[in-house]
Write a protein that binds this ligand. Structure first.
Ligand code: 5GP
Length: 192
């Protein structure tokens, strides 16, 4: 998506260790006009899918997912990070390794908000190794819900998550795929 690529080139900051900082427009300060254009693009890409729910993970997926839910006219559920899992059958849970914080989180979704009738579009800001998405897919499997697609703002194509999920048969639509980025020059190349 041209608009997002231009914005990443203009305002993204390439950090050492394969980290792209986009906090001026995506995951700290948020450009809602840009999110709306992104949501319209996913609406077009997933038009054939009977999506009735958006699923994301806190915190940085929530802003984008909220706008997608508004544009598609469906509810948005976010998986919560938690310290204490109460295994009383009222929640689905999984463990997720965080790429940016280098630690493991327990995440939960209430059984009230996800079930076998749901056709889910999973939305997140970044796709790197795919740990966050695999956790969300596992939660959908526990609920008996169908994963109709995965909408990602920025995929880092030099990390394996996106291609692994496509190979596993998931419809992954990333609006910008970074192929290479150089912390010394700040140069960013996108996949065509
Ligand atoms: P994964 O689980 O695919 O390895 O990483 C995805 C999660 O890590 C995303 O939810 C995102 O919050 C975070 N993340 C991964 N790479 C980056 C990055 O380069 N920049 C930022 N800002 N977040 C990232």
């Amino acid at each position: 998506m041209e608009l997002l690529e231009e914005r990443i080139r203009r305002d993204g900051v390439v950090k050492p260790g394969g980290v792209l900082k986009v906090d001026s427009f995506l995951n700290h300060q948020m450009d809602i006009a840009l999110f709306t254009a992104m949501a319209e693009e996913w609406k077009r890409l997933f038009a054939a899918k009977p999506i009735n729910k958006i699923l994301t993970i806190e915190a940085s997926g929530i802003g984008i997912a909220a706008v997608v839910g508004h544009v598609l006219g469906v509810p948005v559920v976010f998986a919560k990070k938690t310290q204490s899992i109460n295994l009383d059958g009222t929640m689905y849970s999984t463990r997720i390794q965080s790429f940016t914080h280098n630690r493991v989180y327990d995440v939960i979704v209430s059984t009230r908000f996800l079930g076998a009738d749901d056709h889910v579009l999973i939305v997140d800001d970044f796709l790197a190794n795919g740990c966050a998405l695999r956790g969300l897919i596992e939660i959908c499997e526990s609920a008996g819900a169908t994963v109709e697609g995965i909408g990602i703002a920025i995929e880092k194509g030099f990390q394996p998550g996106g291609d692994d999920l496509r190979d596993a048969g998931y419809d992954v639509q990333s609006l910008a795929i970074v192929e290479t980025m150089d912390p010394a020059t700040g140069a960013i190349e996108f996949r065509r």
